[in-house]
Design a protein around this ligand. Structure first.
Ligand SMILES: CC(C)(COP(=O)(O)OP(=O)(O)OC[C@H]1O[C@@H](n2cnc3c(N)ncnc32)[C@H](O)[C@@H]1OP(=O)(O)O)[C@@H](O)C(=O)NCCC(=O)NCCS
Length: 466
Protein backbone atom coordinates (compact mmCIF):
# COMPACT_ATOMS: atom_id res chain seq x y z
CA UNK A 1 0.00 0.00 0.00
CA UNK A 2 1.33 3.43 -0.92
CA UNK A 3 1.32 6.05 1.78
CA UNK A 4 -0.38 9.38 1.16
CA UNK A 5 2.95 11.22 0.86
CA UNK A 6 4.15 8.68 -1.73
CA UNK A 7 0.94 9.10 -3.73
CA UNK A 8 1.30 12.90 -3.56
CA UNK A 9 4.92 12.67 -4.72
CA UNK A 10 3.95 10.37 -7.62
CA UNK A 11 1.13 12.73 -8.58
CA UNK A 12 3.41 15.77 -8.55
CA UNK A 13 6.01 13.85 -10.61
CA UNK A 14 3.23 12.93 -13.05
CA UNK A 15 2.21 16.58 -13.32
CA UNK A 16 5.84 17.68 -13.90
CA UNK A 17 6.29 14.91 -16.51
CA UNK A 18 3.10 15.97 -18.25
CA UNK A 19 4.32 19.57 -18.28
CA UNK A 20 7.68 18.53 -19.72
CA UNK A 21 5.89 16.38 -22.35
CA UNK A 22 3.76 19.35 -23.28
CA UNK A 23 6.84 21.55 -23.67
CA UNK A 24 8.51 18.90 -25.89
CA UNK A 25 5.27 18.53 -27.86
CA UNK A 26 4.98 22.25 -28.45
CA UNK A 27 8.67 22.39 -29.48
CA UNK A 28 8.02 19.62 -32.04
CA UNK A 29 4.92 21.26 -33.49
CA UNK A 30 6.22 24.82 -33.60
CA UNK A 31 8.67 26.30 -36.11
CA UNK A 32 11.15 29.03 -35.33
CA UNK A 33 8.72 31.59 -36.70
CA UNK A 34 6.17 30.33 -34.14
CA UNK A 35 3.77 28.59 -36.61
CA UNK A 36 2.26 25.22 -35.55
CA UNK A 37 3.00 22.39 -38.04
CA UNK A 38 0.86 19.41 -36.99
CA UNK A 39 -2.63 20.45 -35.96
CA UNK A 40 -3.77 16.79 -35.72
CA UNK A 41 -1.15 15.65 -33.22
CA UNK A 42 -2.59 13.52 -30.38
CA UNK A 43 -4.45 15.66 -27.91
CA UNK A 44 -5.26 12.95 -25.37
CA UNK A 45 -3.27 11.67 -22.46
CA UNK A 46 -4.00 9.89 -19.20
CA UNK A 47 -5.40 12.44 -16.77
CA UNK A 48 -8.15 12.74 -14.14
CA UNK A 49 -11.19 14.96 -14.24
CA UNK A 50 -10.69 18.10 -12.17
CA UNK A 51 -13.45 17.34 -9.66
CA UNK A 52 -12.16 13.84 -8.83
CA UNK A 53 -9.95 13.87 -5.74
CA UNK A 54 -7.15 12.03 -7.62
CA UNK A 55 -6.61 15.09 -9.84
CA UNK A 56 -5.10 16.98 -6.87
CA UNK A 57 -7.06 20.07 -7.86
CA UNK A 58 -7.80 22.45 -4.96
CA UNK A 59 -8.52 25.89 -6.36
CA UNK A 60 -12.23 26.43 -5.60
CA UNK A 61 -12.04 30.25 -5.49
CA UNK A 62 -14.76 30.60 -8.12
CA UNK A 63 -17.11 28.32 -6.17
CA UNK A 64 -16.51 30.38 -3.03
CA UNK A 65 -17.40 33.52 -5.01
CA UNK A 66 -20.55 31.77 -6.22
CA UNK A 67 -21.48 31.06 -2.58
CA UNK A 68 -20.96 34.72 -1.74
CA UNK A 69 -23.14 35.82 -4.68
CA UNK A 70 -25.87 33.33 -3.67
CA UNK A 71 -25.66 34.54 -0.07
CA UNK A 72 -26.01 38.18 -1.12
CA UNK A 73 -28.96 37.33 -3.38
CA UNK A 74 -30.83 35.28 -0.79
CA UNK A 75 -30.10 37.90 1.90
CA UNK A 76 -31.46 40.66 -0.36
CA UNK A 77 -34.60 38.62 -0.86
CA UNK A 78 -34.89 38.16 2.91
CA UNK A 79 -34.49 41.92 3.48
CA UNK A 80 -37.20 42.68 0.94
CA UNK A 81 -39.55 40.06 2.37
CA UNK A 82 -38.97 41.39 5.88
CA UNK A 83 -39.63 45.00 4.81
CA UNK A 84 -42.80 44.06 2.93
CA UNK A 85 -44.09 42.04 5.88
CA UNK A 86 -43.26 44.30 8.84
CA UNK A 87 -42.45 47.70 7.31
CA UNK A 88 -39.50 49.74 8.61
CA UNK A 89 -39.18 49.01 12.33
CA UNK A 90 -35.82 50.62 13.08
CA UNK A 91 -35.67 53.49 15.56
CA UNK A 92 -32.45 55.45 15.34
CA UNK A 93 -32.93 57.21 18.67
CA UNK A 94 -32.49 53.96 20.66
CA UNK A 95 -29.09 55.01 22.10
CA UNK A 96 -30.54 58.38 23.19
CA UNK A 97 -33.58 56.69 24.72
CA UNK A 98 -31.22 54.31 26.49
CA UNK A 99 -29.14 57.13 27.97
CA UNK A 100 -32.29 59.00 29.07
CA UNK A 101 -33.77 55.85 30.65
CA UNK A 102 -33.45 56.32 34.45
CA UNK A 103 -33.33 52.54 34.96
CA UNK A 104 -29.87 52.59 33.30
CA UNK A 105 -28.43 54.85 36.01
CA UNK A 106 -28.02 52.20 38.74
CA UNK A 107 -25.61 50.37 36.42
CA UNK A 108 -23.54 53.53 36.04
CA UNK A 109 -23.43 53.90 39.80
CA UNK A 110 -22.40 50.25 40.12
CA UNK A 111 -19.54 50.91 37.69
CA UNK A 112 -18.30 53.83 39.79
CA UNK A 113 -18.53 51.65 42.91
CA UNK A 114 -16.05 49.19 41.37
CA UNK A 115 -13.21 51.62 42.28
CA UNK A 116 -13.71 50.66 45.90
CA UNK A 117 -12.72 47.02 45.21
CA UNK A 118 -9.69 48.14 43.19
CA UNK A 119 -8.48 50.41 46.00
CA UNK A 120 -9.01 47.63 48.56
CA UNK A 121 -6.94 45.23 46.43
CA UNK A 122 -4.00 47.65 46.39
CA UNK A 123 -4.31 48.33 50.10
CA UNK A 124 -4.28 44.57 50.77
CA UNK A 125 -1.15 44.10 48.64
CA UNK A 126 0.62 46.90 50.55
CA UNK A 127 -0.25 45.26 53.87
CA UNK A 128 1.02 41.91 52.62
CA UNK A 129 4.22 43.40 51.26
CA UNK A 130 4.96 45.07 54.58
CA UNK A 131 4.12 41.75 56.35
CA UNK A 132 1.41 43.46 58.40
CA UNK A 133 -0.83 40.45 57.71
CA UNK A 134 0.01 36.80 56.93
CA UNK A 135 -0.33 35.02 53.58
CA UNK A 136 -3.37 33.02 54.68
CA UNK A 137 -5.20 36.13 55.88
CA UNK A 138 -4.22 37.73 52.56
CA UNK A 139 -5.85 34.88 50.67
CA UNK A 140 -8.98 35.21 52.79
CA UNK A 141 -9.25 38.99 52.28
CA UNK A 142 -8.64 38.63 48.54
CA UNK A 143 -11.40 36.02 48.37
CA UNK A 144 -13.75 38.30 50.33
CA UNK A 145 -12.91 41.26 48.09
CA UNK A 146 -13.66 39.25 44.91
CA UNK A 147 -16.75 37.66 46.43
CA UNK A 148 -18.22 41.05 47.46
CA UNK A 149 -17.29 42.51 44.07
CA UNK A 150 -19.52 39.87 42.49
CA UNK A 151 -22.31 39.86 45.06
CA UNK A 152 -22.89 43.52 45.93
CA UNK A 153 -23.51 44.86 42.38
CA UNK A 154 -25.71 41.83 41.60
CA UNK A 155 -27.94 42.48 44.64
CA UNK A 156 -27.96 46.23 44.03
CA UNK A 157 -28.93 45.93 40.34
CA UNK A 158 -31.54 43.28 41.08
CA UNK A 159 -33.36 45.39 43.68
CA UNK A 160 -33.06 48.64 41.72
CA UNK A 161 -34.67 46.78 38.77
CA UNK A 162 -31.97 48.10 36.45
CA UNK A 163 -32.38 48.03 32.69
CA UNK A 164 -31.29 44.51 31.53
CA UNK A 165 -28.86 45.80 28.87
CA UNK A 166 -27.06 48.29 31.12
CA UNK A 167 -27.12 45.76 33.94
CA UNK A 168 -25.48 43.18 31.64
CA UNK A 169 -22.64 45.59 30.77
CA UNK A 170 -22.08 46.54 34.43
CA UNK A 171 -21.95 42.89 35.50
CA UNK A 172 -19.68 42.00 32.57
CA UNK A 173 -17.24 44.62 33.90
CA UNK A 174 -17.52 43.15 37.42
CA UNK A 175 -16.84 39.67 36.03
CA UNK A 176 -13.67 40.98 34.35
CA UNK A 177 -12.78 42.89 37.52
CA UNK A 178 -13.05 39.77 39.68
CA UNK A 179 -10.74 37.86 37.30
CA UNK A 180 -8.29 40.77 37.22
CA UNK A 181 -8.25 40.97 41.02
CA UNK A 182 -7.50 37.23 41.29
CA UNK A 183 -4.69 37.56 38.77
CA UNK A 184 -3.26 40.66 40.51
CA UNK A 185 -3.24 38.84 43.85
CA UNK A 186 -1.73 35.61 42.51
CA UNK A 187 1.09 37.30 40.58
CA UNK A 188 2.03 39.61 43.46
CA UNK A 189 1.91 36.66 45.84
CA UNK A 190 4.24 34.72 43.55
CA UNK A 191 6.70 37.67 43.51
CA UNK A 192 6.44 38.09 47.29
CA UNK A 193 7.11 34.41 48.03
CA UNK A 194 9.99 34.36 45.56
CA UNK A 195 11.63 37.31 47.31
CA UNK A 196 11.02 35.84 50.79
CA UNK A 197 12.67 32.57 49.77
CA UNK A 198 15.74 34.24 48.25
CA UNK A 199 17.59 36.64 50.62
CA UNK A 200 19.61 38.30 47.81
CA UNK A 201 16.38 39.23 46.08
CA UNK A 202 15.19 40.85 49.33
CA UNK A 203 18.15 43.27 49.21
CA UNK A 204 17.46 44.09 45.56
CA UNK A 205 13.82 44.59 46.39
CA UNK A 206 14.66 47.17 49.12
CA UNK A 207 16.96 49.01 46.69
CA UNK A 208 14.29 48.88 43.99
CA UNK A 209 11.74 50.33 46.40
CA UNK A 210 14.07 53.27 47.16
CA UNK A 211 14.68 53.98 43.46
CA UNK A 212 11.11 53.31 42.45
CA UNK A 213 10.09 56.88 41.51
CA UNK A 214 13.18 57.42 39.32
CA UNK A 215 12.77 54.09 37.57
CA UNK A 216 9.09 54.54 36.82
CA UNK A 217 9.71 58.00 35.41
CA UNK A 218 12.59 56.71 33.25
CA UNK A 219 10.51 53.77 31.93
CA UNK A 220 12.69 51.02 33.38
CA UNK A 221 11.27 47.56 33.92
CA UNK A 222 9.36 47.43 37.18
CA UNK A 223 10.30 45.03 39.93
CA UNK A 224 8.21 43.97 42.91
CA UNK A 225 7.16 46.01 45.00
CA UNK A 226 7.59 49.06 42.74
CA UNK A 227 4.49 47.91 40.92
CA UNK A 228 2.24 48.41 43.97
CA UNK A 229 0.84 51.79 42.99
CA UNK A 230 -2.36 53.21 41.49
CA UNK A 231 -0.83 53.96 38.10
CA UNK A 232 0.24 50.36 37.56
CA UNK A 233 -3.00 48.87 38.91
CA UNK A 234 -5.31 51.16 36.93
CA UNK A 235 -3.30 50.50 33.76
CA UNK A 236 -3.96 46.78 34.27
CA UNK A 237 -7.65 47.47 35.00
CA UNK A 238 -7.99 49.36 31.73
CA UNK A 239 -5.80 47.05 29.62
CA UNK A 240 -7.45 44.44 27.36
CA UNK A 241 -6.20 41.48 29.38
CA UNK A 242 -7.27 39.52 32.44
CA UNK A 243 -3.75 38.30 33.29
CA UNK A 244 -1.58 40.63 35.36
CA UNK A 245 2.09 41.23 34.65
CA UNK A 246 4.43 43.73 36.26
CA UNK A 247 5.59 44.88 32.82
CA UNK A 248 3.35 44.50 29.79
CA UNK A 249 4.78 44.57 26.27
CA UNK A 250 4.16 48.09 24.93
CA UNK A 251 3.88 49.33 21.37
CA UNK A 252 6.05 52.24 20.25
CA UNK A 253 3.35 54.79 19.46
CA UNK A 254 -0.37 55.31 18.90
CA UNK A 255 -1.20 54.86 15.20
CA UNK A 256 -3.89 57.45 14.44
CA UNK A 257 -5.09 55.89 11.16
CA UNK A 258 -5.43 52.46 12.82
CA UNK A 259 -7.38 54.05 15.65
CA UNK A 260 -9.73 55.86 13.26
CA UNK A 261 -10.36 52.68 11.22
CA UNK A 262 -11.14 50.53 14.26
CA UNK A 263 -13.31 53.25 15.85
CA UNK A 264 -15.31 53.67 12.61
CA UNK A 265 -15.83 49.89 12.58
CA UNK A 266 -17.24 50.04 16.11
CA UNK A 267 -19.72 52.77 15.15
CA UNK A 268 -20.75 51.08 11.89
CA UNK A 269 -21.00 47.52 13.25
CA UNK A 270 -22.82 48.39 16.45
CA UNK A 271 -25.36 50.43 14.42
CA UNK A 272 -25.75 47.50 12.02
CA UNK A 273 -26.35 45.09 14.92
CA UNK A 274 -28.95 47.42 16.39
CA UNK A 275 -30.72 47.64 13.02
CA UNK A 276 -30.68 43.85 12.53
CA UNK A 277 -31.93 43.32 16.06
CA UNK A 278 -34.91 45.62 15.65
CA UNK A 279 -35.81 44.70 12.09
CA UNK A 280 -35.03 40.99 12.05
CA UNK A 281 -34.84 39.44 15.53
CA UNK A 282 -37.58 41.29 17.43
CA UNK A 283 -40.40 40.31 15.00
CA UNK A 284 -39.33 36.65 15.21
CA UNK A 285 -39.35 36.77 19.01
CA UNK A 286 -42.72 38.55 19.07
CA UNK A 287 -44.17 35.87 16.81
CA UNK A 288 -42.87 33.16 19.15
CA UNK A 289 -45.40 34.06 21.84
CA UNK A 290 -48.27 32.13 20.24
CA UNK A 291 -46.34 28.85 19.70
CA UNK A 292 -45.21 29.10 23.34
CA UNK A 293 -48.76 29.76 24.56
CA UNK A 294 -50.01 26.79 22.57
CA UNK A 295 -46.92 24.72 23.48
CA UNK A 296 -46.73 23.79 19.81
CA UNK A 297 -43.39 21.96 19.55
CA UNK A 298 -43.15 21.97 15.75
CA UNK A 299 -43.86 25.71 15.56
CA UNK A 300 -41.37 26.36 18.36
CA UNK A 301 -38.71 24.46 16.38
CA UNK A 302 -39.60 26.48 13.28
CA UNK A 303 -39.15 29.73 15.31
CA UNK A 304 -35.89 28.39 16.68
CA UNK A 305 -34.47 27.72 13.22
CA UNK A 306 -35.76 31.08 12.01
CA UNK A 307 -34.01 32.82 14.89
CA UNK A 308 -30.77 30.90 14.38
CA UNK A 309 -29.64 32.82 11.27
CA UNK A 310 -30.07 36.47 12.43
CA UNK A 311 -28.80 35.53 15.88
CA UNK A 312 -25.67 34.04 14.35
CA UNK A 313 -25.11 36.99 12.01
CA UNK A 314 -25.34 39.39 14.99
CA UNK A 315 -23.05 37.13 17.02
CA UNK A 316 -20.43 37.20 14.25
CA UNK A 317 -20.69 40.98 13.97
CA UNK A 318 -20.42 41.16 17.77
CA UNK A 319 -17.30 38.99 17.70
CA UNK A 320 -15.56 41.22 15.16
CA UNK A 321 -16.74 44.44 16.81
CA UNK A 322 -15.62 43.42 20.31
CA UNK A 323 -12.56 41.21 19.82
CA UNK A 324 -11.08 42.98 16.82
CA UNK A 325 -12.30 46.58 16.79
CA UNK A 326 -12.97 47.45 20.43
CA UNK A 327 -10.08 45.57 22.08
CA UNK A 328 -7.67 46.92 19.46
CA UNK A 329 -8.87 50.49 20.09
CA UNK A 330 -8.32 50.01 23.80
CA UNK A 331 -4.91 48.43 23.23
CA UNK A 332 -3.88 51.16 20.78
CA UNK A 333 -4.84 53.97 23.16
CA UNK A 334 -2.96 52.28 26.02
CA UNK A 335 -0.07 51.21 23.74
CA UNK A 336 -0.68 47.65 24.90
CA UNK A 337 1.44 45.45 22.65
CA UNK A 338 -0.13 41.97 22.83
CA UNK A 339 -3.00 41.98 20.35
CA UNK A 340 -3.75 38.26 20.37
CA UNK A 341 -7.40 38.56 21.40
CA UNK A 342 -8.57 35.63 19.27
CA UNK A 343 -7.06 32.91 17.10
CA UNK A 344 -8.56 31.10 14.11
CA UNK A 345 -11.44 29.51 16.02
CA UNK A 346 -13.40 29.30 12.75
CA UNK A 347 -11.14 26.41 11.66
CA UNK A 348 -11.54 24.50 14.95
CA UNK A 349 -12.03 20.81 14.24
CA UNK A 350 -13.25 19.99 17.74
CA UNK A 351 -14.92 21.78 20.62
CA UNK A 352 -11.70 22.06 22.65
CA UNK A 353 -10.05 23.76 19.69
CA UNK A 354 -12.88 26.30 19.66
CA UNK A 355 -12.52 27.15 23.37
CA UNK A 356 -8.73 27.37 23.00
CA UNK A 357 -8.99 29.92 20.20
CA UNK A 358 -12.17 31.95 20.54
CA UNK A 359 -11.78 34.21 23.60
CA UNK A 360 -8.05 34.40 24.28
CA UNK A 361 -8.14 36.78 27.30
CA UNK A 362 -10.54 34.42 29.14
CA UNK A 363 -8.76 31.27 27.92
CA UNK A 364 -5.38 32.64 29.07
CA UNK A 365 -6.85 33.50 32.46
CA UNK A 366 -8.43 30.03 32.81
CA UNK A 367 -5.13 28.34 31.90
CA UNK A 368 -2.87 30.54 34.03
CA UNK A 369 -4.99 31.03 37.14
CA UNK A 370 -7.25 27.96 37.36
CA UNK A 371 -6.23 25.07 35.08
CA UNK A 372 -2.43 24.98 35.54
CA UNK A 373 -2.53 25.66 39.33
CA UNK A 374 -5.03 22.79 39.64
CA UNK A 375 -2.79 20.48 37.57
CA UNK A 376 0.15 21.37 39.78
CA UNK A 377 -1.92 20.24 42.80
CA UNK A 378 -2.08 16.77 41.25
CA UNK A 379 -5.62 17.04 39.84
CA UNK A 380 -6.17 15.25 36.52
CA UNK A 381 -6.66 17.17 33.26
CA UNK A 382 -10.29 16.02 32.99
CA UNK A 383 -11.11 17.19 36.52
CA UNK A 384 -9.32 20.52 35.98
CA UNK A 385 -11.24 21.07 32.71
CA UNK A 386 -14.49 20.24 34.49
CA UNK A 387 -13.76 22.83 37.21
CA UNK A 388 -12.88 25.48 34.58
CA UNK A 389 -16.10 24.82 32.68
CA UNK A 390 -18.12 24.97 35.94
CA UNK A 391 -16.61 28.36 36.78
CA UNK A 392 -17.25 29.56 33.23
CA UNK A 393 -20.84 28.21 33.35
CA UNK A 394 -21.44 30.05 36.63
CA UNK A 395 -20.34 33.36 35.08
CA UNK A 396 -22.46 32.80 31.97
CA UNK A 397 -25.52 32.26 34.17
CA UNK A 398 -24.59 35.24 36.37
CA UNK A 399 -24.49 37.49 33.29
CA UNK A 400 -27.93 36.39 32.10
CA UNK A 401 -29.96 35.65 35.24
CA UNK A 402 -29.28 38.87 37.14
CA UNK A 403 -30.00 41.33 34.27
CA UNK A 404 -33.19 39.41 33.35
CA UNK A 405 -34.05 39.08 37.05
CA UNK A 406 -34.89 35.41 36.84
CA UNK A 407 -32.83 32.47 38.06
CA UNK A 408 -32.67 29.77 35.43
CA UNK A 409 -29.97 27.34 34.46
CA UNK A 410 -30.05 27.49 30.66
CA UNK A 411 -26.84 29.48 30.20
CA UNK A 412 -25.16 27.32 32.84
CA UNK A 413 -26.30 24.15 31.07
CA UNK A 414 -25.25 25.60 27.71
CA UNK A 415 -21.68 25.74 29.00
CA UNK A 416 -21.72 22.43 30.87
CA UNK A 417 -22.97 20.42 27.86
CA UNK A 418 -19.79 21.54 26.12
CA UNK A 419 -17.93 18.81 28.03
CA UNK A 420 -19.88 15.74 26.78
CA UNK A 421 -20.30 17.41 23.38
CA UNK A 422 -16.51 17.86 23.15
CA UNK A 423 -15.99 14.16 23.93
CA UNK A 424 -18.53 13.03 21.31
CA UNK A 425 -17.14 15.31 18.58
CA UNK A 426 -13.55 14.28 19.30
CA UNK A 427 -14.45 10.58 19.21
CA UNK A 428 -16.74 10.41 16.18
CA UNK A 429 -16.08 13.45 13.99
CA UNK A 430 -12.79 14.53 12.48
CA UNK A 431 -11.49 17.16 10.06
CA UNK A 432 -14.23 19.00 8.16
CA UNK A 433 -17.00 17.03 9.91
CA UNK A 434 -15.67 18.11 13.31
CA UNK A 435 -15.50 21.71 12.08
CA UNK A 436 -19.11 21.53 10.84
CA UNK A 437 -20.23 20.11 14.22
CA UNK A 438 -18.62 23.11 15.95
CA UNK A 439 -20.42 25.52 13.57
CA UNK A 440 -23.78 23.77 14.05
CA UNK A 441 -23.42 23.93 17.83
CA UNK A 442 -22.69 27.66 17.57
CA UNK A 443 -25.59 28.35 15.22
CA UNK A 444 -28.19 26.24 17.03
CA UNK A 445 -26.95 26.25 20.65
CA UNK A 446 -27.43 29.95 21.38
CA UNK A 447 -30.96 30.28 19.95
CA UNK A 448 -32.01 27.27 22.06
CA UNK A 449 -30.82 29.07 25.22
CA UNK A 450 -32.44 32.35 24.05
CA UNK A 451 -35.74 30.57 23.36
CA UNK A 452 -35.68 28.92 26.78
CA UNK A 453 -35.22 32.27 28.49
CA UNK A 454 -37.97 33.84 26.36
CA UNK A 455 -40.25 30.96 27.23
CA UNK A 456 -39.62 31.46 30.95
CA UNK A 457 -39.74 35.27 30.66
CA UNK A 458 -43.10 34.93 28.90
CA UNK A 459 -44.44 32.64 31.65
CA UNK A 460 -43.10 34.89 34.46
CA UNK A 461 -44.03 38.32 33.16
CA UNK A 462 -46.66 37.88 30.46
CA UNK A 463 -48.92 34.95 31.25
CA UNK A 464 -49.11 35.80 34.94
CA UNK A 465 -50.22 39.39 34.23
CA UNK A 466 -52.73 38.08 31.68
C1 LIG B 1 -10.16 24.10 30.22
C2 LIG B 1 -9.17 24.74 29.27
C3 LIG B 1 -8.38 25.80 30.02
C4 LIG B 1 -8.27 23.65 28.76
O1 LIG B 1 -7.35 24.21 27.87
P1 LIG B 1 -6.48 23.27 26.87
O2 LIG B 1 -5.66 24.19 26.04
O3 LIG B 1 -7.40 22.33 26.18
O4 LIG B 1 -5.59 22.46 27.90
P2 LIG B 1 -4.34 21.48 27.59
O5 LIG B 1 -4.54 20.26 28.38
O6 LIG B 1 -4.17 21.36 26.10
O7 LIG B 1 -3.08 22.23 28.21
C5 LIG B 1 -2.88 23.58 28.07
C6 LIG B 1 -1.59 24.02 28.71
O8 LIG B 1 -1.37 23.35 29.95
C7 LIG B 1 -0.06 22.77 29.95
N1 LIG B 1 -0.08 21.54 30.73
C8 LIG B 1 -0.58 20.35 30.37
N2 LIG B 1 -0.40 19.47 31.38
C9 LIG B 1 0.23 20.13 32.38
C10 LIG B 1 0.68 19.77 33.68
N3 LIG B 1 0.51 18.54 34.16
N4 LIG B 1 1.27 20.72 34.43
C11 LIG B 1 1.44 21.98 33.98
N5 LIG B 1 1.04 22.37 32.75
C12 LIG B 1 0.43 21.47 31.97
C13 LIG B 1 0.22 22.51 28.50
O9 LIG B 1 1.60 22.43 28.26
C14 LIG B 1 -0.37 23.71 27.84
O10 LIG B 1 0.52 24.81 28.00
P3 LIG B 1 0.62 25.99 26.91
O11 LIG B 1 -0.74 26.61 26.81
O12 LIG B 1 1.63 26.91 27.48
O13 LIG B 1 1.03 25.32 25.64
C15 LIG B 1 -9.88 25.40 28.03
O14 LIG B 1 -10.71 24.49 27.42
C16 LIG B 1 -10.70 26.61 28.41
O15 LIG B 1 -10.17 27.71 28.44
N6 LIG B 1 -12.02 26.43 28.65
C17 LIG B 1 -12.90 27.47 29.10
C18 LIG B 1 -13.12 28.45 28.04
C19 LIG B 1 -14.20 29.41 28.40
O16 LIG B 1 -15.01 29.19 29.26
N7 LIG B 1 -14.26 30.50 27.71
C20 LIG B 1 -15.28 31.45 27.92
C21 LIG B 1 -15.40 32.23 26.72
S1 LIG B 1 -16.82 33.23 26.71
Amino acid sequence: MKTTSETKELRSRKITLNKNENVEESKKTTTQSGQRLHPFESCHKIRDSLLSSASGYTNYRGILNLCVVLLVMSSSRLVLENLLKYGFLVRFDVPILFIKDPTAWPSLLALVLSNLFIILALYLEKLLQKSRIGENSGKFFCFMNVFTALLVPAIYLWYREANPVSSFFALAWYTCLSMKLVSYFQVNRHCRLKIKNEPTLQENCKKAEKNSTNKIENNFLLEYPQNLNFKNLYYFMAAPTLCYELNFPRSQRIRKSFLIRRSSEIIFLSSLSLILLQQWVVPILKNSKIPFRESNILKIIERLLKLAVPNHVIWLIGFYCFFHSYLNVLAEVLRFGDREFYRDWWNAEDVNGFWQNWNIPVHKFCLRHIYKPLLSQGITKAQASLIVFFVSAFFHEYLVSIPLRMFRIWAFLGMIVQIPFAIVVKKFLHGNYGNMAVWISLIIGQPIAIMMYIHDYYIDYFQVTN
